[in-house]
Ligand binder design. Structure first.
Ligand code: NAD
Ligand code: AHE
Ligand code: ZN
Length: 370
């Protein structure tokens, strides 16, 4: 079938709107009509060419919501008409990773997913007869896409697509980092670096669990008001501050160091500040931001010897088919907020404006509605 898609033809170039051909679902696959998709900084990371796994041409997008249109042979858990959220971290419930309670990183289809292909090693998308790669197994910048059954969470039908698409990445990543990865306790003191689409959700996760001090750090002063809307108690703009000045200021602001710090930018220098502002003896620093090809983190090993830990999280440690429907319920029950963070909506034709707004620091989440 013909589908409308924003295609990343080449690294560093704007996306091109094109009519692309999509093959129907094969065994174990599902055809989904995407109703809405958010634009996450990770899409920009790959579009820009910073992603070592980036392949082109590809249909990016991993923060979607939609409706099942057709299922391939053998699909049991989904049927036509079901409302779904695509999962870039699938949940097969059978692999060694899914069977280990310490991780959410299902590896059932990781190799082909990383290569931009469906599990049988081929792509369902073509443009002018040539294959176009899938992205993160989801490719939500198209009005129809094909996904493996294990990469779809079935969600309730009364939830609005233009809001719950954000649960496909940003909301779950931020809140999950607090609840699943840090397992942060009520009364803890935390520092959140980068108050964008992810960082604000870390902040609302910290508010949800009853954190004490929630310190936000961003170079953009406009983010102070944004952080405060979701529970931030203190703000630091580190512009012009040396590394140690930032660490000292944050240790002071948290009364001795953060019990938990979260890096939500993808900047390896900031990751070091985040680690070193964690409390001596027990502070944990969690990396969420994705850093470009070739970049590395560093610190004095003494920082770890003296009890700080460096950790990381993907998709907030969430097991998507199990946890995502529950997060949709939290939203529908008013336990978490999403609406104010969707700052811009646009048709697919204007998707590049969504990337511009992100660069200009004007959007929290821009959502494309089909
Ligand atoms: P965003 O662009 O919405 O937000 C980034 C924020 O960081 C902005 O407010 C910006 O002003 C601020 N910032 C930039 N440089 C800074 C600096 N040096 N010091 C302080 N603040 C600075 O991005 P996002 O969508 O929130 O994504 C954030 C990061 O998280 C990206 O690297 C993204 O790829 C990554 N991410 C990771 C996961 C995961 O599962 N680990 C999931 C989603 C996103
Ligand atoms: N491909 C990059 C890494 C990108 C990355 O870390 N992706 C996160 C999700 S970001 C969502 O916005 C993730 O889930 N990683 C785990 C995985 O298995 O991909 C690189 O550096 O090669
Ligand atoms: Zn994302």
């Amino acid at each position: 079938m013909d589908v409308r898609a924003a295609v990343a033809i080449q690294a560093g170039k704007p996306l091109e709107i094109a009519t692309v051909q999509l093959e129907g679902p094969k065994a174990g696959e599902v055809l989904v009509e995407i109703k809405a998709t958010g634009i996450c900084h990770t899409d920009e990371f790959t579009r820009s060419g910073a992603d070592p796994e980036g392949i082109f041409p590809a249909i990016l997008g991993h923060e979607g919501a939609g409706v099942v249109v057709d299922v391939g042979p053998g699909v049991k858990s989904l049927k036509k008409g079901d409302h779904v959220i695509p999962l870039y971290t699938p949940e097969c419930r059978e692999c060694d990773y899914c069977l280990n309670p310490k991780t959410n990183l299902c590896q059932a289809i990781r190799t082909t997913q990383g290569a931009g292909l469906m599990p049988d090693g081929t792509s369902r998308f073509t443009l002018d007869g040539k294959p176009v790669f899938h992205y993160m197994g989801t490719s939500t910048f198209a009005n129809f896409t094909v996904l493996p059954e294990i990469a779809l969470a079935k969600v309730r039908e009364d939830a609005p697509f233009d809001k719950i698409c954000y649960i496909g990445c940003g909301v779950t990543t931020g809140i999950g980092a607090v609840i699943n990865t840090a397992k942060a306790e009520p009364g803890c003191n935390a520092v959140v670096f980068g108050l964008g689409g992810i960082g604000l959700n870390v902040i609302q996760g910290l508010r949800l669990i009853g954190a004490n001090k929630i310190v936000g750090v961003d170079l953009n002063d406009d983010k102070k008001e944004w952080g405060e809307k979701f529970g931030m108690t203190h703000f630091l703009n580190p512009k012009g501050m040396e590394h140690q000045e930032q660490v000292d200021a944050l240790v002071e602001m948290t009364g001795g160091g953060a019990d938990y710090s979260f890096e939500c930018i993808g900047n390896t220098k900031v990751m070091r500040v985040a680690l070193e502002c964690a409390h001596k003896g027990w502070g944990e620093s969690i990396i969420i931001g994705v850093a470009g090809a070739g970049q590395e983190i560093s610190t004095r090993p003494f920082q770890l010897v003296t009890g700080r830990s460096w950790r990381g999280t993907a998709f907030g440690g969430a097991r998507g088919r199990t946890d995502v429907p529950q997060i949709v319920d939290w939203y529908m029950d008013g336990k978490i907020e999403i609406d104010p963070m969707i700052t811009h909506k646009m048709p697919l034709e204007d998707i590049n404006k969504g990337f511009d707004l992100m660069h200009e620091g004007k959007s929290i989440r821009a959502v494309v509605e089909f």
